[in-house]
Design a protein around this ligand. Structure first.
Ligand SMILES: Nc1ncnc2c1ncn2[C@@H]1O[C@H](COP(=O)(O)OP(=O)(O)OP(=O)(O)O)[C@@H](O)[C@H]1O
Ligand SMILES: [Mg+2]
Length: 446
């Protein structure tokens, strides 16, 4: 068996001493699964008693696809089941080699019941290959990376991890693809883009089928286009959304502070609180459901600690949030209420929610907001949620509006709590506190 040119390039990075993380692919059929299983097989045979991880979001899919690529590689290399390796697919799920090496097959899907991947807790491995990383979270990737220590030094290796993917808007885009495209990828990371046309071993029908796909899928899978999202109803550009976490040019100006609170209600887990200095978020907390009086006590303490008055604090007033607004006497946000007048002008938005989301889209697309130190899970949630905020009925007459919460919930499987919190911050942008013009009053008095 011979690797194609792109696969060889990737293998070079997998075998050098300086690269730690390699992402290969960015299109369909470039030989991703073959590369990954080839690398693990080679390592397992070369280093006796080594331990490797072969992962994918779902173990079932791993067995149906990636494991099949392993069988192909084994066959092409003359490595025989029973003699050189055996696959244990009962409870252990592993490939065991005659020299004591083992490849563990792992399910890396994010299950809410195991958010910290405790299942991987005690694992020690020599290296890892994850197929289709677009289906896992950055946290899963990082946890697997942190487990690479079994005999790595002893074999004279550098810790290595390989991920393969089709173009996707998950953590691979900002971490690998974007810096690669801009020529600023750090030397310990590698990205190798391989198209189906880089794979001379591909079936003719495979390419023909790719050509028959719809326009967006074809752009993504055949042409390896990462900017495929051409849905005209999307309001915030993906690139601009991920800029939110790196917009260091947006400074906290030490001026007015605001607090935004999205209160947990039935069927929803967390209350999110943010404190803002200008459009820089300087404090963020998610808390599991708690009593309204407890929440009010916490908010009062934060107001005192951070110097945020009630008139600059806003909470969603729909549902139980109303109780908090009553207790605190802060501003209440009602999604379905009338849009506010801006500079004395009335705008044709369906409601306040739509108006504030359009304002947020401006702020995001113009890089005017900064969310520093946001944990990985939050970054992913915010990105997913903001991407789902879409304009509705474009081109139709009538009030400007966005798609409803129910529709967003269906796509996300949860309500867009993080996005709503950012959206509420816009209320203060649209309705800046009335400044009293003392000199005008003085003149009037004479
Ligand atoms: N070095 C190689 N030698 C022989 N055949 C290869 C080689 N690399 C890839 N192939 C063949 O090319 C086809 C596609 O390879 P592979 O399944 O690895 O691609 P992929 O990028 O994982 O595709 P998909 O996007 O469909 O998951 C398979 O039939 C595979 O056997
Ligand atoms: Mg594959």
């Amino acid at each position: 068996m011979k690797l194609n040119q792109k696969q060889t390039q990737a293998l070079d990075r997998l075998e050098d001493r300086s690269t730690n993380e390699v992402v290969y692919g960015g299109a369909a059929g470039g030989g991703k699964s073959i590369l990954g299983t080839y690398w693990l097989t080679k390592c397992s045979l070369k280093y006796p008693n080594s331990r490797w991880l072969m992962g994918r979001a779902k173990l079932k899919t791993l067995k149906e696809t990636t494991l099949q690529s392993f069988y192909k590689v084994a066959q092409m290399q003359g490595i025989r089941a029973g003699t050189h390796y055996k696959v244990n697919s009962s409870n252990a799920n592993s490939i065991e080699f005659f020299n004591g090496s083992i490849i563990l097959l792992k399910d890396l899907f994010y299950y809410p019941s195991d958010p910290n991947f405790d299942e991987l807790g005690s694992l020690e491995i020599t290296g890892a290959f994850i197929d289709e990383v677009s289906q896992i979270t950055e946290k899963a990737w990082n946890i697997v990376r942190s487990r690479i220590r079994h005999n790595v030094d002893k074999f004279g290796l550098a810790p290595k991890m390989l991920g393969t993917t089709n173009p996707a808007k998950n953590f691979v885009y900002p971490k690998f693809y974007k810096p690669f495209r801009e020529g600023i990828l750090p030397p310990d990371l590698a990205f190798i883009q391989a198209f189906v046309t880089d794979n001379p071993d591909i079936d003719r029908y495979y390419i023909e089928n790719l050509r028959k796909l719809d326009q967006i899928s074809r752009a993504r899978l055949l042409d390896g286009n990462w900017e495929y999202d051409d849905d005209p109803s999307v309001m915030m550009k993906y690139e601009k959304i991920i800029d939110l976490f790196t917009n260091t040019h947006v400074k906290a100006n030490g001026g007015k502070r605001h607090m935004t609170i999205d209160v947990a209600r039935l069927g929803k887990n967390d209350t999110t609180i943010r404190i803002w200095d200008g459009l820089v978020c300087i404090y963020h907390k998610s808390i599991a459901k708690c009593r309204i009086d407890e929440l009010a006590t916490l908010v009062r303490k934060l107001q005192a600690d951070y110097g945020v008055p009630n008139s600059q604090t806003i909470a969603d007033e729909d549902g139980v949030g109303g109780g908090l607004v009553d207790t605190l006497r802060c501003k209440g946000f009602v999604n379905g209420s009338r849009p506010v007048e801006v500079h004395g002008k009335h705008y044709n938005y369906r409601n306040l929610r739509a108006q504030c989301y359009f304002k947020l889209a401006d702020v995001v697309n113009n890089n005017e907001m900064y969310l520093p130190d946001e944990p990985i899970e939050n970054r992913e949630r915010i990105t997913q949620e903001l991407e789902q905020i879409k304009q509705k009925d474009i081109g139709k007459d009538g009030a400007i509006t966005i798609i409803g919460k129910e529709q967003i919930k269906q796509v996300l499987g949860r309500s867009p709590d993080e996005a709503d919190n950012l959206m509420m911050r816009m209320w203060f942008e649209l309705k800046p506190a009335q400044t009293i013009n003392l000199s005008r009053i003085a003149n009037a008095i004479g």
